[in-house]
Design a binder for this molecule. Sequence first.
Ligand code: GLU
Length: 486
Amino acid sequence: MNNYNQIRVRFAPSPTGYLHVGGLRTALYNYLFARKNNGVFVLRIEDTDRARYVEGAVENLIDTLHWCGFDYDEGPQKNGSFGPYTQSERLEIYKSYTQTLIEQKKAYYCFCTQERISELRTAQENLKQQTKYDKLCLHLDHNVIAQKLKDGVPHVVRLNIEADKKVVVEDIIRGRVEFDSNLIDDQVLLKGDGYPTYHLANVIDDHLMKISHVIRGEEWLPSTPKHVLLYDAFGWEKPVFAHLPLLLNPDKSKLSKRQGDVAVEDYRAKGYLPESLVNFVALLGWNPGTEQEIFSLDELINIFSIEGVNKSGAVFNIEKLNAFNFEHLRKKNDTEVVRILKEYLAKSKFADHKFDDDKLFLIVEAMRPRISFVKEIIENSSYFFESPESYDQEVIQKRWKDDTSENLKSLAEEFSKLLNPKKEDYETALHKTAELLNIGNGKLIHGVRLALSGVGGGPGLYEILFILGKEESIRRIEKAIEKIRI
Ligand code: GLU
């Protein structure tokens, strides 16, 4: 543990336009760790790669994090004592710190052209040597440097990495990892456009923002010795590092778009609940130590520990996510499900229809045991929102007999006599009709179900009748009698 007296962690995405599920996991573990330890969760936008700039990406990112349910304490659009929290607004800071390193001869100007760098690389490759900068500009006379700067010769600033040093990264998940400084390139700190590289900005900001723990994906582990060298060059205390295991496809390859969705936004659009996605992602590489798998965010805060994070890669298993969605949907109260259903209805072809809340509550109650996604209420049972225009041919063949029309006519007549019928009243009326016609109840049940819904399955028939109401049910029975031909 270092000397920081408060836990401060950060999620530091580059705004690429979407939030990768790996990024969501990083954000989540940082969030859980902060909340569990009364710490501070910072959002920092690392947007110094101008070539990758995407319009609206930051707003989208903030909105997605908000949807997931974990808000940050400090960051863009929020106050905080360590701002600005967007790196493109901190360029002067990076320049002035780089200047200090140059003065101390820990960094140097490099005027080599792209051409020379490429030639050097090719020559090294041909000789089967490690490709790295040969420090040519380190030895430039200071008068030459001053003149080149005056003449505006394009340049970068590089870190002067000493040879033959052992660079040690202490990682609380992976343990002690050693790197050989001879294998590390004199990394660029400031680029030709005056922007800092990821390494420089990341280290300066983690230091200035008093970040106590750097929790990030394993793909950043190879960058960490460079960061360690930078901390040492500045003479700064290092944060605690924790590198999270890779996310893998079921075939153990690195999680990629080719084998499924990787953007949180895609899962959101597909109708996954934020609770289930967060719960699922929490278990990708972290083990609660018990059999329990379904957790709320508050429960996760309570039991999360960095020590429970595994070293080995975590397989992203979509079936498990689907099962989680089913479980979390079950835990939601009707009011919340109705709220979500209304959002979907507003985006559906029923956007202009008015459905009263009482009816929506009944629909949710009827459909809830049969769905894993709220939007399935509309997809699987559109008959609650509109009269069917067609009827399942297979069901017709199996269930619609010569006498069905006549039988349903009698049933509709019986229904019409009912006054404010409840579910049971429809049932009684159906039994009575069957008795009068001297047929089994089944003969009526299948026909009327098809007439009301256009399909063969679904929730209880009397529930459907009650939700649709007497007038509408009778209308649909009459329509089916007219339309269904065998
Ligand atoms: N900007 C890096 C990213 O896009 C941050 C890595 C880190 O957390 O240091 O993930």
